[in-house]
Design a protein around this ligand. Structure first.
Ligand SMILES: [Fe+2]
Length: 173
């Protein structure tokens, strides 16, 4: 026999590390409840952002192609921020590919090459769906943990800026 626990056992035993944070189990669990969907949304946005980065075409190709990589970089940073806040409080995070697929809050993205305007519309719709998840976290964390709420606020601010940079390409005047 070895002492190696199966993933199922590890998950079942996961408990907040209370002496690490001085936070109550209720608050730590509440924080995880709101930050877990943020992690899922950010990982999903990173995936769709790369899909868009590879398939954008049209006269604004270079600008949009490069900008989409920024969106991907930011989404990955935000996933890391929200995940590591949860882990720092002593709880695990489930960002396995099957979990992201099952809980993805973003609308479906069209397959294949597309003109930059169509691609931008879809990534903006993705960002809008992600911002909704993040704003739910901002609101929900207000009574639970202000440092975790600060994480969500930072992510919301960054997403809205990326949305602006992308959607500005669609302006006609
Ligand atoms: Fe690339």
């Amino acid at each position: 026999m070895t002492n190696v626990e199966s993933p199922t056992n590890v998950e079942a035993k996961a408990e907040p590390v209370l002496d690490q944070t001085q936070a109550s189990a209720e608050d730590v669990n509440g924080t995880a409840q709101f930050l877990a969907p943020v992690v899922i949304a950010m990982q999903a946005l990173a995936l769709n952002g790369k899909q868009a980065h590879w398939h954008v075409r049209g006269e604004n190709f270079i600008a949009v192609h490069k900008l989409l990589d920024k969106v991907v970089d930011h989404a990955r940073e935000y996933a890391d921020l929200a995940a590591e806040r949860t882990v720092a409080l002593g709880l695990p995070i489930d960002a396995r590919v099957e979990t992201i697929a099952a809980k993805n809050p973003l609308p479906p993205m069209k397959d294949g090459f597309q003109n930059y305007g169509q691609i931008i519309e879809q990534v903006v719709a993705d960002i809008d769906a992600a911002v909704k998840v993040v704003r739910d976290a901002v609101e929900g964390l207000d009574d639970i943990d202000l440092s975790s709420q600060d994480v969500a606020i930072e992510i919301e601010r960054g997403l809205v800026e990326d949305r602006w940079f992308l959607s500005a390409h669609l302006a006609t005047d």
